[in-house]
Design a binder for this molecule. Structure first.
Ligand code: AMP
Length: 287
């Protein structure tokens, strides 16, 4: 097998700008897939989608401190630099942008992006300040890379909506693509945080997918009452030892506001802690 060519690795924004100016002059369409590293097939699916549509693929690897709450897992967030670079070489990424904290948030840093509306419920309610950090770093990455297209995963459904809102409201000249959730063979949504799970907790973590499947079955059988579906989704989770519900919700996929009856496409979304690891997942129900 031919060994894949390694992507160019850049941490300095000035070097990034110079490299991308050359690419832009060649008339290439530039795509960006922002990640926090600890890459898995979910991330790589974004890179592959980018490669299919763009002449030049940039992947950012940056664990953004401002999107973690004070009691969250910033310090222990998995960092797997060598493996990430090997995986990115394998899928043919062209450039890896891995800035240092001091370049993104210098000591006199003072500007923050607050998205309202879709950023407020669900994760917004349970992780105060999270989307402020996400929106700020994503806008900075979009300004640094100035991609034609940027790729996000439906795994973070609300995040993708928040980014779409941000880009529309602030007239950012980029197209946003949202790619499907990549799952393990047994249904668990891939996540960098799955690495935290002990083998026993990894099994129990399947309860998120089972709960979403229950919602799908009930919807397929004609159930239209959100209360009835939510009760069963919760029951599935609460049968599992040591599963703690942050939220289980049935919401309008555009506004993320709760629905009472499933009269059109409805997002089932949940956040559950298993053995102190907070996992999220979602599924678009189409009654
Ligand atoms: P993260 O590194 O967790 O910030 O994720 C970077 C990007 O990868 C985000 O747009 C995520 O939505 C996306 N992503 C993470 N997990 C998955 C998955 N299982 N399937 C598809 N996209 C994913």
């Amino acid at each position: 097998m031919m060994s894949a060519e390694s992507p160019q690795v850049v941490s300095d924004p000035a070097v990034l700008r110079a490299a991308l100016t050359v690419i832009r002059r060649q008339g290439k369409r530039i795509g960006l897939a922002p990640t926090m590293g600890a890459l898995h097939e979910g991330h790589l699916s974004l890179v592959r989608a980018c490669k299919a549509e763009c002449g030049y693929t940039v992947v950012s690897l940056y664990v953004n401190p401002s999107q973690f709450g004070p009691s969250e897992d910033l310090a222990k967030y998995p960092r797997t630099w060598e493996a990430d670079l090997a995986a990115l070489a394998g899928v043919g990424a062209d450039l890896v942008f891995a800035p240092r904290d001091a370049e993104i948030y210098p000591s006199d840093y003072a500007t923050w992006i607050e998205v309202g509306g879709v950023a407020e419920p669900l994760e917004g309610q349970h992780r105060p300040g999270h989307f402020r950090g996400v929106a700020t770093v994503v806008l900075k990455l979009l300004n640094l890379v100035q991609p034609d297209v940027a790729y996000f995963g439906q795994k973070d459904f609300q995040q993708a909506l928040v980014i779409q809102r941000l880009v529309a409201d602030l007239n950012v000249p980029v197209e946003i693509r949202v790619c499907p959730i990549i799952r393990e063979p047994d249904g668990l949504a891939m996540s960098s945080r799955n690495r935290y799970l002990s083998p026993a907790a990894r099994q129990r973590a399947l309860v998120l997918w089972r709960s979403l499947e229950r919602a799908r079955e009930l919807t397929a059988r004609g159930e239209r009452s959100a209360a009835a579906i939510l009760a069963q989704m919760r029951a599935v989770i609460l049968q599992t030892e040591d599963a703690q519900i942050d939220y289980v919700a049935l919401v309008d996929p555009q506004t993320l506001l709760p629905v009472e009856a499933l009269t059109g496409p409805t997002l089932a979304a949940l956040a559950v802690k298993i053995e102190n690891t907070r996992l999220i997942d979602n599924y678009l129900l189409e009654p």
